[in-house]
Design a protein around this ligand. Structure first.
Ligand code: DX5
Ligand code: ZN
Length: 215
C-alpha cells in the first residue's frame, strides 16, 4: 500500500506539535518537512530548530526535503537533528554524491529530489547509493499547486531504471497529489506520496489519508 507523507507546510504552525500528533493518529507513515531558503525557491519556511522539540513516534519517519542552495553549507545542523530521511535537490549542489555519503554516514536515509524539468540522468550515477528519489510534480516553493500530469511518464521511467538495476530505491512523489490523481501516481510507480493540502486542508485527517490509501 502506498505510504502517505503529510507535508507540514500546509499545517497550522501555531499548533505544530498538535497538528503532527493528529496526523500521526490519522495514519501518516512519514512527516514531510519542507525546508525553504528563499533563494533556491521563492519562499522561506524553517530550519532544523522547528522540529527539535517535536516528539518522535514509533514507525513514523521524519522526512526532510531541503529546498536550499548549497545545502553543504548547513547540512551539519540537519545531520544532528534526528531525521530519518533527507532529500537533497540535484540542482542545488555541485557535490551531490559527497552529501549523500555524509547523510548515509549519519545513519539517515539519503534521497535526491528532482525539479520537474530536471532529467532522470541527474540520479543515474548515484542511484545505487540512494534509499529514495523524490520526483517533484509541481515547481517547488508552495503548497496547493496543481499536479503536473507530464510527471507520470517520468515516474514510470524511473521505476524502470530502478527495476533494471535490481535496486530497492523508493519513489516519493511530491506536489499536487490528491484523491483525483492518486491512482495514476501509484500505478506509475510511486511508493510514497507527499500530501499537503490534500490532508491538512481537509477537516478530517483520517478520512483524507484513507482517501489516498484506498484509491
Ligand atoms: C512544494 C513542497 C510540497 C508541498 C506539497 O515545494 O515540496 O511538499 O508542501 O503540497 P501540496 O500537496 O499541497 O501540493
Ligand atoms: Zn516537499
Amino acid at each position: 500500500m502506498v505510504k502517505v507523507a503529510p507535508s507540514i507546510l500546509s499545517a497550522s504552525f501555531n499548533n505544530l506539535a498538535l497538528e503532527i500528533d493528529n496526523v500521526v493518529k490519522a495514519g501518516a507513515d512519514l512527516i514531510h518537512l519542507d525546508v525553504m531558503d528563499g533563494i533556491f525557491v521563492p519562499n522561506v519556511t524553517f530550519g532544523p530548530l522547528i522540529y527539535k522539540d517535536i516528539p518522535r513516534y514509533e514507525g513514523v519517519e521524519f522526512d526532510a526535503h531541503l529546498m536550499v542552495t548549497q545545502p553543504e553549507k548547513n547540512i551539519h545542523s540537519f545531520l544532528e537533528s534526528g531525521l530519518d530521511r533527507i532529500s537533497i535537490h540535484a540542482e542545488s549542489t555541485d557535490h551531490l554524491h559527497r552529501l549523500l555519503q555524509m547523510i548515509r554516514n549519519h545513519q539517515i536515509k539519503p534521497a535526491v529530489a528532482l525539479n520537474p524539468a530536471t532529467p532522470l540522468a541527474a540520479v543515474k550515477w548515484v542511484l545505487e547509493d540512494l534509499d529514495m528519489v523524490l520526483i517533484m510534480s509541481v515547481n517547488p516553493g508552495f503548497g496547493g499547486q496543481s499536479f503536473l500530469k507530464g510527471m507520470l511518464g517520468k515516474i514510470e521511467r524511473l521505476k524502470e531504471m530502478i527495476q533494471q538495476q535490481g535496486l530497492t530505491v523508493e519513489i516519493e512523489v511530491d506536489g499536487g497529489v490528491c484523491p483525483d490523481n492518486i491512482r495514476d501516481v501509484v500505478n506509475a510507480g510511486a511508493d510514497i506520496v507527499v500530501a499537503g493540502s490534500a490532508v491538512f486542508g481537509k477537516p478530517d485527517y483520517a478520512e483524507a489519508i484513507r482517501a489516498l490509501k484506498n484509491h
